[in-house]
Design a protein around this ligand. Structure first.
Ligand code: AVJ
Length: 327
């Protein structure tokens, strides 16, 4: 039957069979309510995350940038435990700002390898295909658009070369330790002995420094969280009023869990598609975890997922660690 309301019909079409929609309804029907942070990154979210990285309080990207800018010779050397040509596979390549330091070094040394960025954003993969070959004419590259494990399996099935996998930016922090372990076990499952994984982790430090990074004075992080409600409004015709929600970041120095919540400021019913979901005043939506690691945490993650640590790269303040593991 054709709806008399073409707008409603359009939304209904979009939400049938849509993982994002299912996750939103599941999450907001759960107790406690939750939304998945991987959905932060629509076009507006990408731009707000760029703003976060420029905020004075958000240190992790600066720290990892310093590691890549100053230590890529040592990084490259540690990665090349064999003379053979290899695949450099990056999970969540983004615009490859940090990786470009490494690509520059490898290219200048005439080292034989292929760069294989994987990203969930088709936009990003197209951008990398359009720009990298111009900057690095000597480097072979092939981008893959899709989710990490799926695309990693695809890379494995289409190339016999040794693989060095990059998971930078403390993306692993968006999983709790249990989820991170499962994820690393799955990555290990796609790799062969001699393959490597370089993981960026944000280290524990003064709790006030950590909390401030997720509670910047300008309110960019707040805007980043609220943008997910705006995205749900736009994509599914929901009726969130972002003024009815507040951003509440926490950091627990005992567990290293840095978490963001949205707090509902009044009792209300929110419509999303054909669903009506009730929100109580002061009810909490669990939005994001950014797990902070100790060196020991990274060691046990490596051993419980079948990797052996081979080298560690810190920034000068020792706030961030890129740790290289071998399968
Ligand atoms: C992109 C996952 C590394 O958790 O620090 C920044 C995202 N969230 N501010 C992080 C984020 C709030 C970021 N990662």
């Amino acid at each position: 039957t054709v709806s008399q309301f073409p707008e409603v019909e359009k939304v209904n079409e979009r939400i049938a069979n849509n993982d994002f929609f299912k996750d939103v309804i599941d999450g907001l029907s759960s107790q406690p309510k939750n939304l998945k942070s991987k959905y932060f990154y629509d076009q507006a979210g990408d731009a707000i995350f760029q703003e976060i990285m420029k905020s004075p309080e958000y240190y992790p990207s600066d720290c990892e940038m310093e590691i890549f800018a100053e230590q890529c010779a040592a990084l490259a050397e540690a990665m090349m435990c064999s003379e053979n040509e290899f695949d450099l596979v990056e999970l969540g390549a983004g615009d490859a700002t940090k990786t470009k330091f490494l690509l520059r070094h490898l290219s200048d040394q005439n080292i034989k390898f292929s760069y294989k960025p994987i990203d969930i954003s088709e936009n990003i993969i197209n951008y990398l295909h359009a720009t990298l070959p111009v900057v690095f004419p000597k480097i072979q590259m092939e981008g893959f658009n899709g989710d990490y494990l799926h695309m990693l399996k695809k890379v494995s099935s289409t190339s016999q070369k040794r693989k060095v996998v990059l998971l930078l930016g403390s993306s692993i922090g968006n999983m709790n330790i249990g989820e991170a372990t499962e994820f690393c076990i799955k990555i290990r499952g796609t790799l062969s002995p001699g393959d490597m994984l370089l993981i960026g982790t944000d280290l524990r430090k003064n709790p006030s420094t950590i909390l401030a990074a997720y509670n910047d004075k300008e309110g960019v992080t707040k805007k980043f969280n609220l943008n997910l409600l705006t995205r749900i409004n736009r994509e599914f015709g929901a009726n969130f009023d972002i003024l009815d929600f507040d951003h509440f970041p926490t950091y627990d120095p005992l567990t290293g869990a840095c978490k963001s919540y949205l707090i509902c400021l009044k009792t209300q019913v929110i419509r999303i598609g054909s669903f009506a979901l009730s929100f109580q005043k002061d009810e909490v939506i669990d939005m994001e975890i950014s797990q902070k690691y100790t060196l020991e945490d990274t060691r046990s993650l490596a051993s419980s997922s079948g990797f052996v640590p081979v080298a560690d790269f810190y920034d000068k303040k020792k706030w961030f660690l890129d740790t290289l593991w071998i399968a």
